[in-house]
Design a protein around this ligand. Structure first.
Ligand SMILES: Cc1cc2nc3c(=O)[nH]c(=O)nc-3n(C[C@H](O)[C@H](O)[C@H](O)COP(=O)(O)O)c2cc1C
Length: 178
């Protein structure tokens, strides 16, 4: 039963025939600026939700969990996302305020990973996020929380057909982490 499925998976297409070049030497030093540039290029290529990412958390027991989320902003506070404090991720962040985000843009063979500590933003900012969500109905939600992930590391990854995939891993100020 599993063999046809295994074959199906192995036969699925790889990256698209044409991939962009990425030279970290010529890239903006500020990782937020480089991210905005890549997101703009993903949008231009027709990527439907380039602001969607996987968010991984782990509670006090160290067991990881992940799910998709929407990136809401990037500013001096960090990389914003919002959810209910009563959700599994909300409870895990309460116990262990660290998280990792992964973005993947298949049309360009690009991945961005961001990891660091997470802080809660203000009640006002959280209420505004709730009010501005799609299909907002005028309700309020006292559990809704806007968070900011403050990156300790950001990795930009560009697939290449010659197998020499480019990894550009930097700290929040853009300094290379090797
Ligand atoms: C593309 C996409 C975007 C999503 N964006 C959010 C979001 O911004 N906030 C949120 O709480 N859940 C969002 N969800 C739902 C979460 O993936 C998840 O199912 C939910 O938040 C419960 O997760 P938890 O039980 O691990 O806390 C999104 C799901 C998808 C597929």
């Amino acid at each position: 039963m599993s063999e046809p499925f295994r074959r199906l998976l192995r036969a699925l297409p790889d990256f698209p025939d044409t991939l962009p070049d990425f030279d970290p030497e010529g890239a903006p030093t500020d990782p937020a600026e480089l991210f905005r540039h890549w997101l703009g290029e993903a949008l231009a290529e027709g990527e439907r939700q380039p602001h969607a990412c996987s968010l991984a958390t782990a509670g006090g027991d160290g067991k990881p969990s992940s799910r998709m989320l929407i990136l809401k902003n990037i500013d001096d506070d960090g990389w914003h996302f919002a959810t209910s404090r009563t959700s599994r991720k909300g409870r895990e962040l309460g116990a262990n305020p660290h998280a990792a985000m992964t973005f993947y843009w298949p049309t360009q063979g690009r991945q961005v990973r961001v990891a660091g500590a997470v802080v809660e933003l203000s009640a006002e900012a959280s209420a505004q996020d709730w009010a501005e969500r799609p299909r907002a109905d005028g309700s309020t939600n006292p559990h809704w929380q806007l968070y900011a992930l403050r990156p300790a590391e950001i990795e930009f990854w560009q697939a290449s057909h010659d197998g020499n995939h480019v990894r550009h891993r930097v700290g929040p100020d853009g300094s290379p982490l090797g």
